[in-house]
Design a protein around this ligand. Structure first.
Ligand code: FES
Length: 346
């Protein structure tokens, strides 16, 4: 990137591994209300995919090859990509603080990425007189956004909040209580073994963004019954209800969602979902109930709150092949100490 400032240079040295390590450290300092949300956000905007697109000779062609659909460019959604984090309500202050930090960044400092995030989050928390843990996730998001969008574009965004007033008034504890709440099955509901119904929330910022599904239905199947709005007008991928779907058989990757609350109330990841979600590139884990799921495969056994990413694609295999090519070419190249040894022998 031309004319990088020193914070951008600092960030440009951070790869996905560095961010994973920083995130693992930061998670301990993130309030429970944003612990899942922060991990989901980082899964929604993978650095390795952004890097692959940046380095591609023909970006549009690669996007087509990876079947990318929807809004995958973080630079086009600087103020709204994180609206599902509780910390989003502090975005104007966090954005300003990160910009000031960038302008004063000391390139000679050897601060770690996690400490850099914590320092800025602590400053904003002190100014706002809020618990620091509420600021850490959104501050990490701000730094990653600068890395992907560039500081100039980041600064140019207006810094607006996009959440409903009622939601903005809720405390973190109230949101956690709402996520934990399950549907009453009525009087003697505990005796009911069939026709149980559960509420799926697909946007916590919108009190109406909910649908019911019956026990045994997957998240996408239940969503198809929600015809309360013109979903296609909101997102062309939503042709069958609020959750984008195509194949309904874990083949296309269109229906991925993040699980903000109730992951434990979804069915375990079966072999096909586990294999395909890794191939799509969304998540690589053996956890039976991870935070990223394919809605056409995950069946709810209780109320669940999900968040829908604004894009989808299939890039896991491509990124894996890039890594292998990189590893192979560095294996062919002699290591620096080997070069020196060879030169000494000759
Ligand atoms: S709809 Fe294709 S993977 Fe779920």
């Amino acid at each position: 990137m031309l004319n990088e400032n020193s914070l951008e240079q600092f960030l440009s040295q951070k790869d996905e591994e560095a961010w994973s390590a920083a995130l693992a450290t930061l998670l301990r300092s993130i309030h429970e209300v944003d612990r899942n949300a922060t991990q989901i956000w980082f899964a929604f905007y993978p650095l390795s995919l952004w890097q692959a697109l940046e380095q591609a000779e023909d970006r549009e062609r690669l996007a087509q090859q990876l079947l990318l659909q929807g809004d995958y460019d973080l630079k086009d959604q600087i103020d709204r990509s994180h609206a599902f984090l509780y910390g989003h309500r502090f975005w104007p202050q966090v954005k300003k603080a990160v910009e000031q930090d960038a302008d004063a960044f000391d390139h000679t400092s050897s601060i770690s990425l996690a400490d850099q995030v914590l320092t800025v989050a602590r400053g904003v928390a002190n100014d706002l007189k809020k618990d620091e843990s509420l600021l850490v996730g959104i501050t990490a998001v701000a730094f990653m956004t600068i890395q992907q969008a560039g500081l100039e574009t980041f600064k140019a965004a207006p810094g607006k909040i996009s959440i409903d007033k009622n939601h903005a008034r809720k405390s973190p504890e109230q949101i956690l209580r709402e996520r934990a709440k399950d549907d009453s099955q009525g009087l003697l509901g505990f005796l009911r073994t069939i026709n149980k119904q559960f509420t799926i929330t697909h946007d916590e910022n919108d009190a109406k963004a909910k649908y019911k599904l019956r026990e045994g239905q997957d998240l996408a199947w239940g969503a198809a019954e929600d015809r309360s709005r013109d979903w296609v007008a909101i997102d062309p991928r939503r042709s069958e209800g609020p959750i984008p779907v195509e194949c309904r058989s874990a083949s296309c990757g269109t229906c991925w969602v993040g699980v903000l609350g109730g992951a434990e109330k979804l069915s375990d990841v079966a072999a096909r979902e586990g294999k395909k979600i890794k191939e799509f590139g969304y998540i690589d884990t053996a956890e039976p109930k991870p935070l990223i799921r394919l809605a056409c495969q995950a069946q709810a056994q209780g109320a669940v709150s999900v968040v829908i990413p604004p894009w989808n694609g299939q890039f896991g295999k491509y990124l894996k092949s890039l890594k292998q090519t990189g590893a192979e070419s560095s294996a062919v190249r002699p290591a620096p100490d080997r070069v020196q040894q060879n030169e000494a022998v000759n």
